[in-house]
Design a protein around this ligand. Structure first.
Ligand code: AMP
Length: 541
């Protein structure tokens, strides 16, 4: 006969995280750069009280459990209060990426059926443009105080601080099924309309536990953590949950994400740990190196969202900052793998250690992965065979929000990434399947080419895309932004590849540009680049 365990049954709810932080790390600080221009500081105790007031205010506005509440906001304390207030009361916190096109934002708000949308002052013009196209939104809440409310907005607005002030905070977080929806993020939608990933309380709490582990992000109460990755992009990789879970001090940088502003905040608040996409670190590194600066406390950072170029990993190491290369996606809450060495790697020569650290890493417990060939047969873990990467686990989506077609194949989620896995389980992304360059039936990894180019001292940013070739079908074209004040020719760059990649991988040409378009989440927008270069005539063609 089955014998049941005899432990208390406590649902894994997001409210329990902020309750825990308020009770056991009551005086630990949350510091935010506000759109009002100043630095705001308060504690976890203050944050939880105001999150309760948000929940009360939503109740007063008639928001029901399961209904969606949108946000268009930077990383800041009010956004954090909304994260907990909305999910904590049983509604769904829908973070919207303000960098998307207004039409996409309207589509997302309507598709999600957001009842209210909270937004930072910066996004008032955006809201004024989008609101007329979102007839089902009952109210737009500007996240500021009465003194900063605009006198002549084109849409009726509610004031965040007024809503909070009207509540007394006498509110007990409700208990409910841990499988209820808690938050919603849409994919960037580079092809077709964005699709929604609907997380649950359970998936979020499990993801927070796992991502805080030492060999994952490794968050501790002793850390001061600054997520540069926005709270509107896959919940800032879960840090707004895992940081209070461990009780670390949280620093939220607001809208100023340039190198100088970030450096100032890192130093002033004694940040030890951060996380962001590679393009952010480009700006910070440039500022630090150009001004001969050092970091006093900053020691570790997670880089993900796109491949971290090896040259960037080394440049940060030279500043005593350890890089944890991580991989994941919106559909995975987002963390899948992170790259840390095992004890047996410590004695390897430096180059061999770096080869490992450049990979996207090993799965964290909770995620299972495999690579398969075109027929779906599993490929060996030898670090050489590459194929489509599939994942599964309790924080991987099973279906998209309000979409009947299952994305799963035999219970696995196809990530759309192409990868290798080595004997020790280290996964390396070789490409996004649609970015891979198919030269005469053989595949060339655009990421490998970009990584070599990024190591050249005169290269600021490089993207490798396919260009039409009459014989090979596709050949690599390297698109390069030069570092300010530095020069390099096409021939010098191509010569730089000799001996670093197979001869037939060397790009056929280099195109110098002043800017590479970025997506709403800070990744190189290759679709747009390919479009820009669609009639490009290779000299080899
Ligand atoms: P998103 O859902 O916007 O977070 O995008 C997820 C996609 O970003 C993944 O499927 C990968 O193609 C890419 N990605 C994320 N992290 C990495 C990484 N460390 N290296 C290479 N690609 C990455």
């Amino acid at each position: 006969m089955a014998l049941m365990g005899q432990m208390m049954s406590a649902p894994l709810l997001i409210s329990s995280i902020i309750k825990h932080a308020a009770r056991y790390y009551a005086s630990t600080e949350i510091v935010s750069r506000r759109t009002e221009g100043d630095l705001h500081r308060y504690t976890y105790r203050d944050c939880e009280l105001r999150a309760r007031k948000v929940a009360q205010a939503l109740g007063a506005l008639g928001v029901q459990q399961g209904e969606r509440v949108g946000t268009l906001a930077w990383n800041g304390y009010r956004h954090l209060e909304i994260y907990y207030g909305v999910s904590g009361m049983g509604a769904v916190c829908h973070t919207i990426n303000p960098r998307l096109f207004p039409e996409q934002i309207a589509y997302i708000v309507n598709h999600a059926e957001d009842r209210y949308v909270f937004f930072d002052a910066t996004f008032l013009p955006l809201v004024e443009g989008v609101a007329p196209h979102c007839p089902n939104v009952k109210g737009w809440v500007m996240m500021t105080d009465r003194a900063h409310m605009p006198a002549d907005a084109k849409v009726p607005l509610l004031c965040y601080e007024d809503l909070i002030d009207a509540q007394d905070g006498d509110y007990a977080w409700p208990e409910f099924d841990e499988n209820l929806a808690s938050s919603l993020c849409y994919t960037s939608g580079t092809t077709g309309n964005p699709k929604g990933a609907l997380y649950s309380h359970r998936s979020t709490v499990l993801h927070s536990y796992a991502s805080a582990l030492p060999d994952a992000l490794g968050c501790s109460a002793r850390d001061v953590i600054l997520p540069v990755v926005p709270m509107f992009h896959v919940n800032a990789w879960g840090l707004p949950y895992s940081v209070p879970l461990v009780g670390a001090k949280l620093v939220l940088p607001g809208a100023k994400l340039d190198g100088a502003s970030l450096y100032e905040l890192f130093e002033q608040e004694k940040v030890t740990f951060s996380a962001g996409v590679p393009t952010v670190w480009l700006g910070l590194l440039q500022h630090v190196n150009a001004n001969n600066l050092k970091f006093s406390t900053f020691r570790r950072t997670v880089i993900g969202g796109s491949a971290a170029p090896p040259a960037m990993i080394r440049a940060l190491e030279a500043l005593d900052v350890e890089v944890i290369h991580a991989w994941g996606m919106t559909e995975m809450s987002p963390l899948g793998t992170s790259c840390k060495l095992l004890a047996r790697h410590e004695d390897l020569p430096e180059d061999a250690r770096h080869k490992i650290l450049e990979k996207q890493g090993r799965v964290i417990y909770g995620v299972d992965m495999k690579i398969v060939d075109g027929e779906g047969a599993e490929l060996p873990w030898d670090g050489k065979a590459f194929g489509d990467l599939y994942v599964r686990g309790p924080w991987v989506i099973s279906t998209y929000f309000r979409n009947d077609n299952t994305p799963l194949v035999d219970g696995w989620f196809p990530t759309g990434d192409v990868a290798t896995i080595d004997e020790e389980g280290y996964m390396q992304i070789t490409d996004r399947s649609k970015d891979v360059i198919k030269s005469g039936g053989e595949w060339i990894s655009s990421i490998d080419i970009e990584n070599v180019a990024a190591a050249h001292p005169a290269v600021h940013m490089a993207a490798c895309i396919s260009a039409f070739h009459p014989k090979w079908d596709e050949r690599p074209l390297l698109v390069v932004v030069r570092r300010p004040g530095m020069d390099v020719t096409r021939e010098e760059l191509l010569a730089f590849f000799e001996g670093k990649v197979a001869k037939w991988w060397i790009p056929d040409d280099v195109a110098f540009v002043t800017e590479i378009p970025l997506t709403a989440t800070g990744k190189m927008q290759k679709l747009k680049l390919r479009d820009q270069f669609k009639d490009y005539k290779l000299p080899t063609a």
